[in-house]
Ligand binder design. Structure first.
Ligand SMILES: [Zn+2]
Ligand SMILES: [Zn+2]
Length: 380
């Protein structure tokens, strides 16, 4: 496949993005850098402020045809970079540790290739999505009125994957990445003197039982597939030896491979908290955060990526089990057929979210080629 893009400029873009990382929802400068870079490649339209700081770059074909959307993510993480190279993060406590700088760079290279090989039919949308890490961005983009102008027929995204050969394409039909969500439970009792607990209502025992039951719950329910509840935080009263506590918090992360199992686990978790709160005469509040559905890949789209990877000479690896982490691209695959695939970033690189992670530039070309191959099959 003969494709052209300016590699030096692209590497410079990647390093600039890496140097100036912005956290979820605050990707203003990042979006500006992308807009400036992309404008040189004469898209037909750029839709800005999409779901917050997002951008959609549109290239139209001459004939009717499907809308194909490729998505990447803008945000960095609240992690201090420990790398010492020249383009290390300039912002304390923030860095591109999930490789989203690389994803944006692949997409920007793709835009140059497409600008020289415009779609014959339909149109292609390159979506730069904000706030992936906190699970809010995809939903905000989908709910933005401007998304009406996009309405894709097929959606694709990639995520770089440490632990796999550089440039390999990692695939799975059905669930590719797990569903997960954060559960926040607040238990309200009544404080009393530590010497007179009978005059108060302590949440201590309810809290202990909730921690235990939530932890064992996935094994005790008949679920279709793998599930896990991890209690991530718990707090009881204040450090005051004269006081019987009157308040507790238990937070947990629920994780499943299927969206149906997540529904079951959610219902059961709420029932458990309600039962123990009731048994101990406590008020309760249950709320949820960082909700990611499971990313479920459409078979036809996986077959297409497989075919493209063979044509481009990328090694393909089918994984038996879904990945245990979550990706908010799942909100797109819930509504539109498509797929998320992995792009190997090397067997010996640090893991995602490690403080020394750095997106390997050697795989930029392969990412661009696979996306471009998909584009050619669907729009050329
Ligand atoms: Zn991440
Ligand atoms: Zn990521």
């Amino acid at each position: 496949m003969d494709i052209y893009y300016d590699k030096d400029k692209l590497v410079a873009l990647r390093r600039k993005l890496h140097q100036y990382p912005e956290l979820s929802g605050q990707e203003y400068h990042t979006a500006e850098m992308i807009r400036e870079y992309i404008s040189r490649h004469q898209p037909d339209r750029i839709i800005g402020d999409l779901g917050g700081t997002g951008l959609a770059v549109v290239y139209e074909g001459k004939q009717e045809g499907p809308t194909v959307l490729f998505r990447c993510d803008l945000d960095a993480l609240p992690i201090e970079e420990v790398n010492a190279f020249a383009y290390r993060s300039q912002y304390p406590g923030a860095a591109h540790k999930c490789g989203h700088d690389g994803h944006m760079t692949i997409m920007s290279g793709l835009s140059q290739v497409i600008s020289n090989n415009r779609p014959e039919r339909g149109r292609v949308v390159l979506l730069y999505q904000p706030s992936e890490e906190n699970g809010q961005g995809a939903v905000k983009v989908l709910e933005d009125d401007q998304f009406e102008q996009i309405r894709p027929d097929r959606v694709f995204a990639l995520h770089n994957l440490p632990g796999y050969p550089p440039g390999s394409v990692i695939l799975r039909k059905g669930t590719f990445a797990a569903a997960s969500k954060g559960m926040i439970n607040k238990l309200h009792g009544k404080t009393a003197h530590a010497g007179e607990p009978e005059n108060g209502r302590t949440p201590a025992l309810a809290m202990a039982r909730i921690v235990e039951e939530l932890t064992h719950m996935p094994g005790n329910l008949s679920l279709n597939d793998y599930a896990l509840i991890t209690v991530i935080h718990a707090r009881l009263g204040e450090i005051a030896f004269g006081t019987t506590p009157g308040y507790a918090e238990v937070m947990a992360t629920l994780r499943t491979y299927s969206n149906a199992d997540m529904e079951k686990l959610t219902r059961q978790s709420i029932a458990t908290v309600e039962r123990h709160a009731h048994d101990h005469g406590l008020g309760k509040e249950v709320s949820w955060t960082e909700e990611f559905p499971a990313t479920v890949n459409d078979s036809e789209s996986v077959d297409l990526i497989h075919r493209v990877a063979e044509e481009t000479g990328n090694q393909t690896i089918f994984i038996d089990e879904p990945l245990r982490w979550s990706e908010d691209f799942s909100n797109f695959t819930l509504k539109y057929p498509g797929a998320l695939f992995g792009l190997g970033s090397g067997e010996n690189t640090p893991q995602l979210h490690n403080p020394d992670y750095d997106f390997p530039e050697e795989i930029l070309d392969q990412g661009i080629r696979v996306f471009y191959g998909i584009y050619q099959h669907l729009l050329k």
